[in-house]
Design a protein around this ligand. Structure first.
Ligand code: ADP
Length: 393
């Protein structure tokens, strides 16, 4: 079972290993609200239940009972292990880990760095631990682990060094499970060369770019928190920190309001004034909305700025990969980004493969100097693989 528990939601996939077949998937949302929502796939059909779901324990019991009731499993004994996504592993975890008391404590301590996410991840773990037999193994899979291979000169901010040594202020990155999966798929698609230079563009509501050399992440656009890097749905990405002080002085906002603005009211939403959803912004731009067009133009330029940076860091690039909501689904976004890179990197897109293809695929022409791939991300599969590997199942 691969689990992604948030503060008010819980997504799950039950995966048969080692065949990697998804047996069922679903989500519980609006946990703690008056009426919760539970969706589970049974024989390919989504079955939805609306009922009060006061806490995560009720959510987990609901979904485990549904597995038995719908004969997806005959008994809960069939579940061998649960892999839990954990957002922040700090410097403590450079790989997934079998859960023990010490791991739970470390993840709880790291809540300072991810106050919205890590506590919810632990609550999710405890609910499964309580509901399943004792012999079931649990594994934490960290979203930061893949980025722990960054060198000091890339993860340190040029601040007084004490802020790092005393308070661990540094770049941690995010979406690591996705960057790991996509870069591994790309290496396979390149024919498993010994040396490889790959840039992964994870473009979803949250978005990040990473540089992967010979399978190891050497740099990534997210920072101390997931506010850094490229422009996102509602997040600004990189801005000069002096903007914060200026807005406090000039507009009279307080610090919390400015940080909220940067996290929730910026990005595609803030510039376009239309929506944080890429499709809405694209549609508005096509209908002549100039702010929406400007939002797209800034978005694309922020993506290529990181690609350019990582091209230099890697000493060239063999493959650029697109993944997540926008990266997987928007042929328009891929084409615009690749057009902006065409002259400098000699990229040529095969329009038919870009527009019409499905699944993992090459979308550049044989003449293109860089291969361009679309690789739908699969974080649940990484969670399942790591869980199996660490528990020797
Ligand atoms: P997250 O997991 O970070 O919430 P997703 O990876 O689901 O986000 O990505 C959501 C984004 O993907 C939204 O901006 C949405 O508009 C965009 N998206 C989804 N489908 C399409 C599509 N067909 N064309 C363009 N954008 C799309």
């Amino acid at each position: 079972m691969a689990v992604n528990a948030g503060s008010s939601s819980l997504k799950f996939q039950l995966i048969n290993m080692p065949s990697e077949e998804v047996i069922t998937s679903g989500l519980v949302e609006r946990i703690g609200q008056e009426v919760g929502n539970f969706v589970i796939k049974v024989n390919g059909e989504k079955i939805q239940t609306q009922t009060p779901i006061p806490d995560h324990q009720v959510a987990v019991d609901l979904l485990l009972n549904a597995l038995v009731d719908h004969h997806i499993v005959e008994s809960l004994e069939e579940i061998d292990a649960v892999g839990h996504r954990v957002v922040h592993g700090g410097e403590d975890f450079d790989d997934s880990v079998v859960v023990d008391e010490e791991a739970v404590k470390k993840v709880a301590d790291l809540a300072e760095l991810a106050p919205l996410h890590n506590p919810a991840n632990i609550i999710g773990y405890k609910a499964f631990k309580e509901a399943l037999p004792d012999h079931v193994g649990h594994v934490f899979v960290f979203d930061t682990a893949f980025h722990q291979t960054l060198d000091k000169e890339r993860y340190l901010y040029p601040l007084p060094l004490e802020y790092y040594t005393d308070l661990k202020v540094r770049k941690y990155g995010a979406h690591g499970t996705s960057h790991k999966y996509v870069s591994q798929q790309a290496i396979e698609m390149l024919g498993n060369p010994k040396e490889s230079r790959i840039i992964v563009c994870h473009l979803g509501n949250g978005a990040s770019v990473s540089a992967v050399q010979d399978g190891k992440c050497i740099d990534t656009s997210m920072g101390f928190t997931p506010l850094a890097g490229i422009m996102m749905g509602t997040r600004s990405g990189d801005v000069d920190p002096s903007v914060i002080d200026y807005l406090i002085e000039e507009v009279g906002l307080d610090m919390k309001e400015v940080i909220k603005m940067l996290n929730k009211e910026s990005g595609l939403l803030g510039v376009s004034g239309v929506s944080s959803d890429f499709r809405d912004v694209q549609e508005a731009a096509a209908n002549g909305n100039e702010r929406a067009q400007l939002a797209l133009d800034i978005f694309f330029r922020r993506v290529i700025a990181y690609i350019g940076r990582y091209f230099i860091a890697l000493g060239g690039v063999d493959a650029i990969c697109f993944t997540a909501g926008i990266g997987e689904n928007s042929f328009f976004a891929r084409k615009e980004i690749c057009n902006l890179l065409a002259e400098a990197l000699g990229i040529e897109i095969d329009d038919d493969a870009n527009v019409n293809g499905k699944g993992d695929r090459l979308i550049s022409t044989p003449n293109s100097k860089v291969k361009v791939y679309v690789i739908p991300t699969n974080e649940e599969l990484v969670i399942a693989r790591d869980t199996k590997r660490l528990l020797n199942l």
